[in-house]
Design a protein around this ligand. Structure first.
Ligand code: C5P
Length: 220
């Protein structure tokens, strides 16, 4: 049986994680958050004493990276080895280092292989995979490919509402710096050929979920 793949890309704070998770839940699909894997690897690299500015040092942490992500949208969790890192990978500290590891080609290749493996082994009828390069690199042949966007102001507002303990300004600056660094590696601000853009700037959560499901139905 072949699994239907819904690829969703977008910048930080576009709401793609929560929207993709809700869409997967509604359709009975699996849900794969690829940003969580990059975050988990950044956490692992930092705990392995890696020199983040040195690509070879970052790559040396790959063989010991034992990553597991539960793809049930109702029981989402991320583990590295025996450690549950579901919450720690969301911290401001991990957000501040993740782009350093995500720009390394060997890291991208290793994680891409893991994502494709998860997609082909899922037992659900479909899987929603979200990230930055899903529509272009990880699953360019996906049945449904969506770019989820929102204005920078709205994205910053959503992210600072999610994180406590840091000023809105600090969160906003980090988000902009991360988008800048990430967009040097992959273009997730413009839709590639055949990719449908959903702009959530003026939509609430439920309206955005419905807009994404409408796109999926129009493609299947
Ligand atoms: O989506 P999220 O903000 O959790 O992603 C965290 C980081 O992981 C991004 O800032 C980016 O550096 C990296 N990432 C990536 N490619 C993906 C998903 C995430 O480079 N497909």
């Amino acid at each position: 049986m072949s699994t239907i793949v819904v690829a969703v890309d977008g910048p930080a704070g576009s709401g793609k994680s929560s929207i993709s998770k809700a869409v997967a839940r509604k359709l009975g699909y699996a849900y794969l958050d690829t940003g969580a894997a990059y975050r988990a690897f950044a956490w692992h690299a930092a705990h392995s004493g890696v020199e983040l500015a040195d690509e070879a040092s970052v790559v040396s942490a790959l063989p010991s990276f034992e990553f597991a992500e539960a793809t049930d949208p109702d029981a989402f969790s991320v583990r590295v080895g025996a450690t549950d890192v579901t919450d720690v990978i969301r911290t401001h500290e991990v957000s501040g280092i993740v782009s350093h590891v995500a720009r390394v080609p060997e890291v991208r290749a290793a994680l891409t292989a893991i994502f494709r493996d998860i997609a082909v082994t899922t037992e659900n009828p479909g899987i929603v995979i979200e990230g930055r390069d899903i529509t272009t690199v990880v699953a360019p042949d996906a049945e449904v490919r969506i770019l989820l966007t929102a204005s920078e102001e709205v994205r910053m507002g959503r992210r600072s509402a999610e994180l406590t303990g840091h000023s809105a300004q600090a969160v906003g600056e980090q988000l902009k710096a991360r988008d800048r660094a990430d967009s040097r590696v992959v273009d997730f601000m413009t839709a590639a050929d055949g990719v449908t853009t959903v702009d959530s700037t003026d939509l609430n959560f439920d309206e955005t979920v419905d807009a994404v499901i409408d796109v999926i139905h129009s493609r299947l």
